[in-house]
Ligand binder design. Structure first.
Ligand code: FAD
Ligand code: DLZ
Ligand code: SF4
Length: 507
């Protein structure tokens, strides 16, 4: 007999390792372990979601005839690591070896490969692009831009393809998708599930063991099995998808979810299948329930961005998370852990992260990410923050988004220019600024929005790196045309503001 490892983010019945093995002979190993729960201080909601979903998945496998050796976190025999649990179970069952689907993190791939057991690693074919697909696409290209990869994925899946042409004649409808915050949001938000007894048991365990971790465990409303996740998806497809495109980039103080799907955690843990999700969205378009700009935009996020960032993670190798192209070394300030701030955009994005283990893409990229990049925070520290605080965070997807897209720490593999902006962008796309103590229209002096000061500080200190970037030439022309005294004033005020941040003063 063999052991079949199923990790906390591999909760799919058609997992390659399960397909390979025999339920009459082999034993599934699943384990809640301290090592996985502590490589970063995960948000309690994330840990509870994964443990509850793991327990339900194990029960489902058992009811389907599998023998499951499941280790709970509080089991006195728990060795504390995935490899420790495999060795313990292998000795007990006299297993000939262990079969597993490739994990989504270099750390765990190395640990499993180093075990003194016969191991058989299988590709994770829940993704649309294989490693070879990505390598073939990347081979010989000077630039690895998502847009061209995405077109290949459209062709491969046939999603929104008419003959051999893109539906509607264009591959990408993003120019219709950047509307500012609307007056009202008609979607009432994600479907919420009341915890049952089994989920309650997990909540109590996590409350007890991870009391010091940043994040509120209650109210807990996530789906914890694939049936609930499918209900959640159906609700969003009907009520959220039609306007997903229009307001994808908009942010509102009292609307945490806008028209977003809140499915990253379910896709990444294996409760939803990406191709099925995209096919369901395509049906909404074909049935006339959702417009093309919404459906194309949504499908692009999944078969484009999601597949592409995974390709980059495996293409670039284990040192990717350590990259620091801009040599940023500031420590992550307390504001990221809920420290006092007058910056309303930061305050709102961090507060909702604490409460929901969720923030949408533009909050991650253009509020917290933008701030970290402008302030020059060490990419490894902000990477660990994102990996810890979001329920959908696993390194294969989080690291390229943080190190690459958001922090430009990979030197421009993912982003052709850094995602930085002054307060003007945040003001245009949100309703934050009108209630903020800082003034977004003030550039220097009392009450000036810190994003306005820090933006030019960033541009100035990285002039050597970016001055020749064609997409940044206009901003450098503006900066260099500015009166020398004004430039000096902006830089000295930015420095004074950063000094206050470093001193731990409320900002
Ligand atoms: P929606 O906006 O409704 O989009 C639907 C789905 O598209 C998402 O669930 C996701 O699976 C996929 N998607 C959208 N954008 C991306 C993207 N850039 N990369 C990969 N998939 C994408 N996404 C994660 O899944 N895990 C992470 O740890 C993560 N960390 C991020 C860190 C930073 C700094 C940034 C800028 C983005 C990060 N993202 C991450 C991407 C994106 O922000 C989330 O996928 C999205 O906010 C999840 O919410 P949603 O399900 O409501 O997504
Ligand atoms: C994130 C996570 C956590 C918090 N806990 C566990 C766990 O106890 N057991 C487990 O099998 N997986 C857990 N995970 C998910 C793993 O960290 C994830 O499989 C790897 O990071 C690879 O993506
Ligand atoms: Fe954020 Fe500046 Fe707007 Fe305040 S004024 S919400 S700090 S962008």
């Amino acid at each position: 007999m063999r052991l079949v490892l199923v990790l906390g983010d591999q909760l799919s019945e058609n997992l390659s390792a399960l397909r390979k093995c025999d339920k009459a002979a082999d034993v599934v190993v699943m384990a809640e372990v301290a090592n996985e729960a502590a490589y970063v201080p995960h948000h309690p909601k994330k840990i509870a979601f994964l443990f509850a979903a793991m327990r339900k998945f194990a029960a489902k496998l058992e009811s389907n005839g599998w023998q499951v050796a499941y280790t709970r976190l509080d089991d006195p025999q728990n060795s504390g690591s995935i490899t420790g649990e495999l060795l313990r179970r292998a000795a007990k069952h006299e297993a000939a070896g262990v079969v597993y689907t490739e994990p989504g993190e270099w750390r765990l791939i190395a640990a499993l490969g180093d075990m003194p057991l016969k191991t058989h690693s299988l590709p994770d074919d829940r993704f649309i692009a294989t490693h070879k697909d990505f390598e073939d696409w990347a081979d010989g290209r000077k630039q690895l831009r998502m847009e061209y990869f995405y077109r290949d994925m459209r062709r491969k899946t046939g999603l929104l393809i008419d003959g051999d042409q893109p539906e509607g004649g264009k591959w990408n409808y993003d120019h219709d998708n950047r509307k500012p915050a609307p007056d009202e949001v008609t979607f009432s938000g994600p479907m919420k599930f009341t915890p049952d007894e089994d989920v309650e048991e997990v909540l109590t365990l996590v409350e007890d063991r991870f009391a010091d971790n940043f994040g509120d465990i209650r109210p807990f409303w996530f789906a914890t099995d694939s049936g609930q996740a499918k209900q959640h998806l159906a609700h969003w497809l009907e009520h959220g998808l039609p306007k997903f495109g229009d307001f994808q980039d908009a942010m509102m103080q009292d609307q945490r979810f806008m028209y977003h799907a809140i499915i990253g955690l379910y896709l990444n843990a294996g409760l939803l299948d990406p191709l099925n999700v995209c096919q369901a969205a395509e049906r909404e378009y074909k049935n006339g329930n959702a417009p093309l700009n919404a459906v194309e935009g949504f499908i692009r996020q999944i078969i484009g961005w999601r597949e592409y960032v995974r390709g980059i993670y495996f293409h670039e190798g284990p040192d990717y998370t350590a990259r620091n192209h801009l040599n940023h070394d500031r420590d992550l300030p307390p504001v990221f852990w809920g420290g006092e701030t007058d910056m309303l955009c930061m305050q709102k994005a961090v507060a909702q992260t604490k409460e929901e283990a969720y923030a949408h893409h533009i909050q991650r990229l253009m509020v917290t990410g933008n701030f970290a990049l402008l302030a020059g925070i060490a990419p490894s520290q902000i990477h660990e923050w994102y990996l810890a605080v979001y329920a959908d965070a696993f390194e294969w997807v989080e690291a390229p988004n943080t190190i690459g897209m958001s922090q430009f720490a990979d030197g421009g593999i993912i982003a052709s220019k850094p995602y930085v902006s002054s307060g003007n962008y945040i003001n245009k796309m949100s309703d934050y600024c009108k209630s903020c103590r800082y003034s977004v229209t003030t550039k220097t002096g009392e009450g000036a929005c810190p994003f306005n000061l820090l933006y030019w500080h960033f541009m100035d200190r990285h002039q050597d790196t970016f001055a020749k970037n064609p997409r940044m030439g206009q901003m450098y022309a503006t900066w260099n045309r500015m009166d020398a005294d004004k430039r000096a004033l902006i830089l000295s005020e930015a420095k004074a503001w950063l000094d206050r941040l470093d001193a731990g003063e409320p900002v």
